[in-house]
Design a protein around this ligand. Sequence first.
Ligand SMILES: C[S@@+](CC[C@H](N)C(=O)[O-])C[C@H]1O[C@@H](n2cnc3c(N)ncnc32)[C@H](O)[C@@H]1O
Length: 226
Amino acid sequence: MHPGLTRRLRQVLPTARVELAALPDVPELQLYLLNADFSNAALTPEEISAVLDYPAYWIFCWASGQVLARHLLDHPHWVRGRCVLDFGCGSGVAAIAAAKAGAARVIACDLDPDARLATATNARLNGVTVELADDFETVDATVDLILAADVLYDRSNLVWLDRFLHKAPQVLLADSRIKDLHAPGYRWLDRRISTTWPDLDEFDDFRHVNLYLGSQVRRSELPSQA
Ligand SMILES: C[S@@+](CC[C@H](N)C(=O)[O-])C[C@H]1O[C@@H](n2cnc3c(N)ncnc32)[C@H](O)[C@@H]1O
């Protein structure tokens, strides 16, 4: 069990633990995640409400995160020697895979301070260094590649796709939520099957992860920033 992360999680889920997990599709990495035998059956209405108010996304490695990490470890040329920013890093899975695959610099960005703490802890656990950022807009670095895994769970996040292409020439996007994605500058690359870990027993549909490549087009062709 990880005491510091467990303390953070217990503010919303008093009976949960954060413990070491091996990822089924990325056995090279270990992460601190929600205990696999956690049962939500006995949650009180207050606990359910606390979870809805503060969704602790970082206690899971999402199916899209596993797929993106696998892709980077299998095809390190995407990141080797480059400056990579992982938007919505959660547990840090994609950022850590990028660092393992040889990125020169990795910035892991999440607005949730607990996600940043989890990412820092998981990076140390896997023997890599990542920098942390809380606000994408204020990251002051020349970014070569943006990674984004499972950040489109809320359709209002679609606006980020344009913002990514204003910041970096390339984006690797992994998503299992939106099945009809048509965004300027983005093209479909591949489709893989994976599972959110620990297994949330989600609909089969959410196990099908699409991988997209976003490429900067001429600025005049991009929609103006919202
Ligand atoms: C579903 S989780 C995915 C985590 C990780 N990428 C994975 O695949 O396991 C989405 C993450 O995006 C973060 N997020 C959402 N909006 C954000 C924003 N505007 N800036 C930074 N992070 C954001 C959330 O806090 C959450 O940690």
